[in-house]
Design a protein around this ligand. Structure first.
Ligand code: ADP
Length: 454
């Protein structure tokens, strides 16, 4: 259960007049909350069992376009309905909005018979069930990095996104003085999230002007993705309420460090961490070594789910703390996978490939699928990489562009087996569309470079 409000408690609050609105949401392909704002009395009487939405919500892009090429829905098929069934275990108060609660939904076909296979929550649940069938409970944490800007979203949009002034003036990595200046935004973020049932551990300044990191305590994989999604939404909404803007774009300027979303992972059984084995090298058990080997072997297959946009690939540059290679390391931040908590029961894998724009359900599902396959194949883990991996050979490079990553996804027998052709074809189309839209547009860079000189 990731929420903090039982249905009975909600009913009491509605009767007492302290909650009047319930946000009934699905999570879309981009990891955003989409849904309706219900009057709470209607929700407790009727809508708690189901509501409906247009099925284009899981076949659109950031701008709500209606791209062709999806088998699941189209103009030709009339863009029908899906059923949204509230998962009451996710019910929680939204502490930063007055009198408001929120519930996440499972997405089913129009008549509520079967889950929609390309729904991100369904995709993750399927991989969790697969792990559980193998005797593993996956525990995860996703870090959220983002930039805070001095002006509001509206002002920035009206200036054509040219007026991008970070909220602070210099690199604020671990910087208490700088982050004190940002407390008008970050303190409400931490406190409202905790009051909304999201176990925030801390926030800190990151390695660039205006850059923040928010850490949430690890949880079962589904709760982790729920927490991430709601926290990201809260950061944007609270920044907006205060006349500021928060951006999760992985690379908003080529001269600035990018924003990541590192994923921490461990497998458990009966409340015990299975990744730890006392006396083994670095305390890594055999399942951990095989899981990590699977993630390295299939990192290319999974990259679209870690870096879903054209912009995501601008983050993978050397000397920026973002990885460019898929190898693993012991506490070395230039590798795609870093061992954390070595020789302790908290020994875990940190995947550093994902950008701040990842959809946590899809990222976690892909990483789980790869790791579980590593265990099934009984893979050997190669030696840890050492030193500056930016300067190492190029064999194990992370796909360099969305185009490369899309082809890796299209050809991934591993992910097709784990998730099904329907799901993979759907997300291949999603990635292709991003690229097509980018290719269609003439960018500022081309104009500035060639207008006079070409
Ligand atoms: P760092 O020093 O890299 O910031 P932290 O100790 O802050 O590392 O932990 C980073 C994240 O890892 C936190 O969100 C924490 O909850 C999570 N974490 C800790 N132990 C585990 C574990 N065994 N499995 C998965 N995630 C974990």
């Amino acid at each position: 259960m990731s929420g903090n409000l039982s249905f009975e408690a909600l009913k009491a609050e509605v009767a007492g007049g302290t909650i009047d609105t319930v946000l009934v949401c699905l999570v879309d392909m981009q990891g955003r909350l989409m849904g309706k704002r219900f009057h709470a009395t209607h929700f407790v009487e009727k809508a708690h069992s189901e509501t409906h939405c247009c099925n284009y919500l899981l076949a659109t892009d950031l701008e709500m376009a209606t791209p062709d090429g999806y088998a699941a829905t189209s103009w030709r098929q009339g863009y029908g309905d899906y059923m949204m069934r509230p998962d009451l275990a996710t019910l929680r108060r939204v502490d930063w909005l007055e009198g408001t609660a929120l519930v996440l939904c499972d997405v089913l076909d129009h008549h509520g018979h079967t889950p929609v296979p390309h729904d991100p929550r369904t995709i993750l649940k399927t991989q969790i069930e697969r792990a559980e069938a193998m005797g593993f409970v996956p525990m995860m944490a996703t870090e959220l990095e983002f930039f805070l800007f001095a002006k509001s979203y509206d002002d920035i949009r009206k200036s054509g996104f040219r007026d991008l002034e970070p909220i602070s003036g210099y690199n604020e990595d671990y910087h208490i003085l700088q982050t004190t200046k940002e407390e008008p935004v970050m303190r409400p973020v931490r406190n409202h999230l905790v009051a909304s049932g999201i176990p925030v551990e801390n926030s800190k300044g990151e390695a660039e002007t205006g850059q923040q990191e928010l850490n949430i305590r690890y949880a079962d994989a589904l709760s982790c993705a729920d927490h991430h999604t709601i926290a990201k939404h809260a950061v944007k909404e609270i920044a907006w309420m205060l006349g500021r803007a928060a951006s999760f774009l992985p690379k908003w300027h080529h001269d600035k460090v990018g924003s990541a979303s590192h994923v921490h992972m461990s497998l458990w059984h009966d409340g015990k961490p299975l990744f730890f084995e006392q006396g083994a090298q670095h305390g890594m058990s055999m399942p951990m070594r095989q899981f990590l080997a699977g993630q390295i072997k299939y990192a290319g297959d999974c990259t679209v789910f870690l870096a879903p946009y054209v912009n995501s690939y601008k983050r993978f540059v050397k000397g920026s703390f973002a990885p460019t290679k898929t190898g693993w390391s012991v506490d070395n931040r230039t590798a795609g996978f870093r061992l954390c908590g070595e020789d302790t029961p908290a020994v875990r894998i940190e995947c550093r490939i994902g950008g701040s724009d990842l959809n946590p359900y899809l990222a976690e599902a892909a990483l789980l699928a790869a790791g579980l396959r590593g265990i099934e194949e009984g893979l050997d883990l190669g030696p840890a990489t050492k030193g500056d991996l930016y300067e190492a050979g190029d064999d194990d490079h992370i796909p360099r562009t969305l185009r490369h990553a899309t082809e890796a996804l299209r050809g991934s027998a591993m992910l097709r087996t784990a998730m099904g052709d329907e799901v993979i074809d759907h997300y291949v189309r999603c990635a292709e569309w991003e690229q097509e839209e980018f290719d269609r547009v003439v960018t500022d860079w081309e104009i500035a470079r060639g207008f006079e000189r070409a």
